[in-house]
Design a protein around this ligand. Structure first.
Ligand code: TRP
Ligand code: SF4
Length: 352
C-alpha cells in the first residue's frame, strides 16, 4: 500500500469516483488546431493519471474536426500528427493505451450508421452545442448534417471499443448523456449489450484566456500547450491583471486576477504565498509576478517541448506509433462491429 499522498489530479479523479478495475477508458480530441493548456488541464492530465491503472483508447478525432473544418481537410490531417506528438511528449504511453486516428478505423462510421437510423432528430435538436450555436453555424457555413450528427458519431467512438468510462470536460456532459441514451436505445432495440459509458469529470474549471475571457482557440487568447519561452513572455505581457492595481503602489487582490489563476496551476506553495502577500501589500509589481509565472510555465513545458520537437523531426518513429495504434484499434473495432452485425442480422460478409 502506498502512503504517498495523491497528487492533485489524482485527487480530482478520486473525487469523481474511481472506475472499477478492468474499466475501459475511451476519449479523444478533435484535430482542429494546436492544443492549448486548457486541453491539458481539462483532459490530457487526466489521461496521464488514468493510464497508471487502466487501459485506454485515445483517438485523434479527425472526422469530428471535419464537422467545422470540412473546407480544410489537409489542415485537419496535419493536426493529427501534431496532436499525437503532443500527447506522447507529455507522457501518454502508446503501449499501455491504444492511440489511433478516427478515420483509420472505418468501423466508427459503420456503427454510427446504425446509430443514425435510430436516433430521433429531436434528441439532437436539444443538444446545446447545436441549439445555442445554430446562428453561428449558419454564419460560419457549418449548418451541416455532419455537425448536427456530431454527438451520434461520438457515441459510436465510445461504443465501438465498449468504452465504460469517458474522461471529459464539463462542456461535454450533454454529449455523453446523449451517448448513453443512444446506446440504451440500441441495446433495447437489438438485444445488444454495449456498456453505457460513465463520465469522469475534470475538476479544473474552464480556464480564462490571456484576455480574461474563456480560453478558446476561436478567441485567439489561448496559451499553446508547448511554446517557446519568448512566446510565453509575450502572451503573459498581454494578460490583464487585477484592474484595481493601476499603479505599482496600489495593492491588488490575486483572486480577481487571471495571472493568479495560472499561478495556481503552475506554481508551488512557496511561490503562491509570495504572490498573495506581495500582491496584497504591493510588495511586488505585476511584472515580477508575471516573470515568475513565465519561469514556472517554461520549466514545466521544457521537457515535453523537446520531446515533441524530436518526434516531429524524426517522423518515422511517430508514424510507426500511429500505424501500430490504428492497427490495434481496428482489430478491436472489427470484433465489435461483427457483434453488432450479428445482433442486427446484418451478417459479416464471411457468413454468406
Ligand atoms: N467531442 C470531444 C471534444 O470536443 C472529442 C471527442 C470525439 C470525444 N469523440 C469522442 C471525446 C469520444 C470523448 C469520447 O473534446
Ligand atoms: Fe495579478 Fe500578480 Fe499583479 Fe497581483 S501582482 S494583480 S496577482 S499580476
Amino acid at each position: 500500500m502506498s502512503t504517498v499522498p495523491p497528487t492533485s489530479s489524482e485527487k480530482q479523479i478520486r473525487q469523481s469516483e474511481m472506475p472499477p478495475a478492468g474499466s475501459l477508458i475511451m476519449s479523444g480530441m478533435r484535430t482542429t488546431a494546436q492544443l492549448h493548456i486548457g486541453n491539458y488541464h481539462g483532459a490530457l492530465k487526466q489521461w496521464l493519471e488514468l493510464q497508471k491503472d487502466y487501459k485506454g483508447f485515445y483517438g485523434a478525432m479527425n472526422w469530428h474536426a471535419m464537422t467545422s473544418r470540412y473546407k480544410e481537410p489537409h489542415d485537419v490531417m496535419n493536426f493529427v500528427r501534431e496532436i499525437v506528438a503532443e500527447w506522447l511528449a507529455w507522457g501518454l504511453d502508446p503501449d499501455q493505451n491504444i492511440i489511433f486516428v478516427q478515420s483509420e478505423v472505418p468501423e466508427h462510421v459503420e456503427l454510427c450508421m446504425f446509430f443514425l437510423m435510430m436516433t430521433p432528430m429531436s434528441w439532437l435538436e436539444r443538444v446545446p452545442t447545436w441549439k445555442d450555436a445554430e446562428e453561428d453555424a449558419k454564419a460560419s457555413d457549418t449548418h451541416n448534417l455532419g455537425r448536427f450528427m456530431y454527438p451520434v458519431l461520438q457515441a459510436a467512438d465510445i461504443a465501438i471499443y465498449r468504452g465504460t468510462h469517458v474522461p471529459i470536460g464539463q462542456d461535454q456532459i450533454p454529449h455523453l448523456e446523449l451517448s448513453r441514451e443512444i446506446i440504451r436505445r440500441f441495446n433495447f432495440l437489438y438485444g445488444g449489450n454495449l456498456p453505457e459509458p460513465k463520465p469522469i469529470f475534470s475538476q479544473t474549471p474552464t480556464l480564462v484566456g490571456s484576455d480574461g475571457r474563456k480560453m478558446s482557440k476561436s478567441y485567439s487568447n489561448a496559451f499553446a500547450l508547448t511554446q517557446e519561452p519568448d512566446e510565453i513572455t509575450k502572451t503573459l505581457r498581454a494578460m490583464p491583471t487585477d484592474p484595481a492595481r493601476v499603479k505599482r503602489t496600489d495593492p491588488g487582490e490575486p483572486t480577481k486576477c487571471p495571472v493568479y489563476s495560472f499561478h495556481k496551476l503552475y506554481s508551488n506553495a512557496e511561490d503562491l504565498t509570495w504572490v498573495e502577500a506581495g500582491c496584497r501589500s504591493a510588495g511586488i509589481g505585476c511584472g515580477d509576478c508575471k516573470k515568475k509565472l513565465g519561469d514556472n510555465i517554461n520549466s514545466e513545458m521544457m521537457g515535453p517541448r523537446e520531446a515533441k520537437r524530436k518526434l516531429l523531426v524524426d517522423g518515422d518513429k511517430l508514424d510507426m506509433i500511429i500505424a501500430d495504434g490504428c492497427a490495434r484499434a481496428r482489430k478491436e473495432a472489427k470484433i465489435q462491429i461483427d457483434q453488432v452485425r450479428s445482433w442486427t442480422g446484418f451478417k459479416p460478409n464471411h457468413d454468406w
